[in-house]
Write a protein that binds this ligand. Structure first.
Ligand SMILES: [Zn+2]
Length: 373
């Protein structure tokens, strides 16, 4: 969902990104602080102080959001769950975690780490506020607002609706008690959707009450939460249906392979248009060297199609994720989602034995649900 954005570097092995929508909220928060909140509460500062403190407060607010997300990552990585990236966007931060926790106690600790760190940060800023109150009014004001917003952040995230942190805590407790991840997710995400609707209706009410800006904002957060809750449940339900089944049950075996020396023009006419397939393993001798897809071909401009080769266009083997025939389909779905690809090559003893695509998984699920299995 959050593709792209600006890479800011890596912290603790996690790549940090800024999504473009982040700039909207950054400008809004800075502007609301510098042009409205600080001038109302502290009427005797000058303009430079309003904007300087506004900007500094806003930057520290986003550093706080980042620390909240990083604390989830630290616990995840300690439990052996790699975290790919953290993206800051318009509604806060999201961590891209390579797989869901396999145990309830891990999810419980991972989820609590975020609100806990927000509370600690709130406490630190409260301490700074107390220490600076007789020294510098702007510094004390900055610390006061940051203590308050971090406490709000912790409180909001503790709402027991999935996929908020509080919802994850609730899910882990239900999961631990019932040993049933799917029903635990259904209950926690239903509360998440209900919370989302509550925010939407509360926001609309607020708009009619006259505060259209806050109202619109709350309604948007509600809409986002409702969507995320519904989507998370679907994902878990799908994984539940796939769990226990192997790649070898659904993979396509008769894969036409192509040579790395083929030009793109040849690939299009002899393979893409002829076979109706969108993805071809690239094989040299009997060794897999890469994978070329319709998407790769679309990136080659018309005038280069006669000269560019498959070798230059494909995803090479060392950058390619692959699966084995004995891998679990639930893990394959997770891998397709985090890598954001449509298919993966199936490899056994260094040779390609087939392909597994999203379509394979979907028709597997469709057939079984039509048969009532
Ligand atoms: Zn969190």
């Amino acid at each position: 969902m959050l593709k792209g954005g600006i890479p800011l570097g890596r912290v603790l092995g996690v790549s940090i990104r800024l999504h473009y929508s982040w700039f909207i909220i950054f400008v809004l928060v800075t502007w609301a602080l510098a042009a409205s909140y600080f001038p109302t509460v502290y009427p005797d500062w000058n303009q430079a102080t309003y904007w300087g403190i506004g900007l500094a407060t806003s930057l520290l607010f986003f550093a706080s959001v980042l620390l909240h997300e990083l604390s989830h990552s630290v616990v995840a990585q300690a439990a052996g769950i790699p975290v790919k990236s953290i993206t800051l966007f318009v509604f806060g931060g999201v961590s891209q975690i390579s797989k869901e926790p396999q145990r309830a106690d891990v999810e419980f600790r991972m989820a609590l780490a975020g609100p806990f760190s927000s509370l600690v940060i709130a406490g630190i800023f409260w301490g700074i506020h107390i220490a600076t109150i007789n020294v510098s009014q702007p510094a004390a004001a900055l610390a006061y607002w940051l203590a308050w917003i971090n406490a709000v952040l912790a409180g909001f995230n503790l709402i027991p609706g999935f996929p908020l942190d509080g919802g994850r805590v609730l899910r882990s407790i239900l999961w631990w008690r019932s040993k049933n991840l799917r029903s635990a997710t259904r209950i926690a995400s239903t509360i998440g959707r209900a919370t989302g609707y509550l925010f939407i209706f509360g926001g609309i009410f607020w708009i009619f009450w006259g505060n259209w800006f806050d109202g619109l904002w709350i309604a948007l957060i509600g809409w986002f939460l409702e969507n995320a809750a519904a989507g998370s449940y679907q994902q878990v339900a799908l994984q539940d249906m796939l769990r226990g089944h192997k790649v070898s049950e659904v993979m396509t075996r008769d894969c036409p392979t192509v040579s790395p020396r083929l030009t793109i023009e040849q690939l299009i006419h002899d393979y893409l248009l002829n076979t109706g397939r969108r993805c071809f393993p690239v094989v040299e001798g009997s060794n897999l060297v890469g994978l070329v897809t319709l998407n790769d071909v679309k990136g080659v401009s018309r005038e280069h199609r006669l000269t560019k080769t498959v070798q230059e266009t494909m995803t090479p083997l060392d950058k390619l994720k692959s699966v084995r025939p004995s891998d679990d389909l639930a893990d394959v779905l997770q891998l397709l989602t985090t890598e954001d690809v449509n298919q993966l090559p199936v490899i056994e003893n260094n040779a390609i034995v087939g392909m597994v695509a999203r379509d394979n998984l979907l028709s597997f699920i469709r057939t079984r649900s039509e048969l009532g299995m």
